[in-house]
Write a protein that binds this ligand. Structure first.
Ligand SMILES: Nc1ncnc2c1ncn2[C@@H]1O[C@H](COP(=O)(O)OP(=O)(O)OP(=O)(O)O)[C@@H](O)[C@H]1O
Ligand SMILES: [Mg+2]
Length: 290
């Protein structure tokens, strides 16, 4: 049976008159890298902040590791970590002091070795006793991510983790995300870099207009779009970027494409016993595409 470590049902959220989430449905399987794609302002950070108990939901239900987000927020907080879109590092402390602060806030014991390992992994050891305000943007970001990993979370939320990183640091962070996945962690990743989703994600959900308009493995999304737009892509598989743009930019045909992508995902679900069969399809809950 699929273990749905995160399950989101009919999630709605408005900021005053701005209805950002209009009935979002998806689930994340334990051990998966789940990537949420969407344009600027689509609501990705809003979803992450709701799942991390930082923003209240409007309506709908969310469970995280079996805990109800609204009724048991503390249970949710025990199993997650969040690296937000903007670095939450105290610039007047050193990296090591920031890590110690998190350890104390989380009441962690015997964390010294883990802290040193994280500093090493992010190549921060040499700089660990310098004030963060003297760091480059990438180093701040790496300190932030190291802080979020200190408590051995089950689920790691990374909101655009590689924004602002140079290509080399980005590649290293991708390796690190793969390592975390190999350790059995579940990763919830938002990104605008399609290449990133393509490289890392087991499942990609596209958020547009307040709902999930398409979902599937990166290759399923590409194959499905190839089926619907043969003329455009001839025999070459489109990149995930083509798929994304086609779904979010083409007005009327966008929904059409999204429907086809989702229905292809569903038939894949029914016909394979592979990992994908355990994966979700967004219209199985009957909602977003209607
Ligand atoms: N605290 C808030 N108060 C009012 N409006 C908000 C708040 N947070 C987000 N919004 C609005 O919700 C919408 C979605 O914002 P959100 O930050 O979730 O988008 P995003 O997909 O993460 O975008 P980006 O790719 O730019 O990070 C935007 O219209 C934004 O202005
Ligand atoms: Mg955001």
């Amino acid at each position: 049976m699929v273990e749905k470590i995160i399950e989101v049902t009919d999630l709605k959220k408005a900021f005053k008159a701005n209805e950002v989430l209009k009935g979002v449905n998806f689930y994340v399987r334990r051990g998966q890298v789940f990537s949420l794609l969407g344009s600027n302002g689509a609501g990705k950070t809003t979803i992450v902040r709701i799942l991390a108990t930082l923003t209240t939901l409007g309506s709908g239900s969310v469970s995280v590791c079996g805990a109800d987000l609204v009724k048991q927020p503390n249970k949710v907080r025990e199993v997650i970590s969040l690296t937000g879109q903007y670095a939450a590092v105290d610039e007047m402390l050193t990296a090591r002091e920031n890590l110690r602060l998190v350890a104390n806030l989380r009441h962690l014991k015997n964390y010294t070795q883990k802290m040193e390992d994280l500093l090493e992994m992010f190549e921060l050891t040499q700089h660990a006793d310098k004030l963060v305000k003297t760091y480059s943007g990438g180093m701040k970001r790496k300190t932030d991510i190291a802080m979020s990993l200190l408590g051995e979370p089950e689920i790691i939320f990374l909101d655009e983790p590689t924004t602002g990183l140079d290509p080399q640091s980005r590649l290293r962070l991708w390796d690190m995300i793969e390592n975390l996945k190999n350790q059995g962690k579940t990763i919830f990743l938002t990104t605008q870099y399609l290449e990133e989703a393509e490289r890392l994600a087991d499942y990609v959900a596209v958020l547009d207009g307040g709902v999930i308009v398409a979902g599937g493995t990166p290759s399923e999304l590409k194959t499905a779009l190839k089926d619907v737009s043969v003329a455009e892509y001839e025999n070459a598989l489109p990149t995930l970027e083509d798929v994304f743009l086609s779904i979010v930019n083409k007005g009327g045909s966008a929904q059409n494409n999204a429907d086809k992508v989702s229905s292809t995902s569903q038939s894949t679900d029914q016909n394979t016993d592979s990992q994908r069969a355990d994966s979700q399809n967004t219209d199985s809950k009957g909602g977003e595409n209607e």
